[in-house]
Design a protein around this ligand. Sequence first.
Ligand SMILES: *[C@@H]1O[C@H](CO)[C@@H](O)[C@H](O)[C@H]1NC(C)=O
Ligand SMILES: *[C@@H]1O[C@H](CO)[C@@H](O)[C@H](O)[C@H]1NC(C)=O
Length: 202
Amino acid sequence: MAARGLLLASFLLFSCFAETYGMISFSSLQRTLVVTASHRQGLLKGGEDKITVIWGLNQSFPAGTDSAYTTIGVKLCYAPISQVDRAWRKTDDRVSKDKTCQFKIVSRPYSNTNQTFEWTIERDVPTATYFVRAYAFNAEDLEVAYGQNTDAKKTTNLFEIQAITGRHMSLDIASVCFSALSVVALMGFVFAEKRKGRKAQQ
Ligand SMILES: *[C@@H]1O[C@H](CO)[C@@H](O)[C@H](O)[C@H]1NC(C)=O
Ligand SMILES: *[C@@H]1O[C@H](CO)[C@@H](O)[C@H](O)[C@H]1NC(C)=O
């Protein structure tokens, strides 16, 4: 009985630990990184246009703030307007479950000087409105801080990307539909002609 109780207790303890371990909440992260993203004005094209990202520590934080930072991961994230009615892009405060930032831009060892990276937008990035966020990871690869090129409500400095492949795909779909339609129309026409011919024979 006692052994069973002990087993149960350790199991519960273990599951609690597993839960909390994987549960880093975004709202608990400090915004210590300054991130800027520069690009050409207007609609950006996947596979062609570039985004230059600069990130670094906000110097108004006290020295040592960044002592646990080992890696910086920069990501492309969906703006709220492109998340509406799309559960697969949903923001979740639990960082491990969050689907806001799905595209990796770059990952670099942390340095306390400003870093720059020029990213050519990848072709598989869907047409949507985006912002850029950088996460600081500690040695255990857990998020400990962040920064983004937009405000907390994600309304400023957003940019739009138009996917080239997406455009081609919709054109392809349209042409397949048109071909299917014309086959149906042709069959209908042939059928009607045959019927007319049969009627004329009678
Ligand atoms: C740096 O951090 C301070 C304090 O949190 C904040 O007021 C300031 O806006 C930040 N600077 C930038 C450029 O984000
Ligand atoms: C890093 O970039 C920020 C924002 O762009 C700027 O205010 C700051 O002076 C830069 N720091 C250094 C050390 O260049």
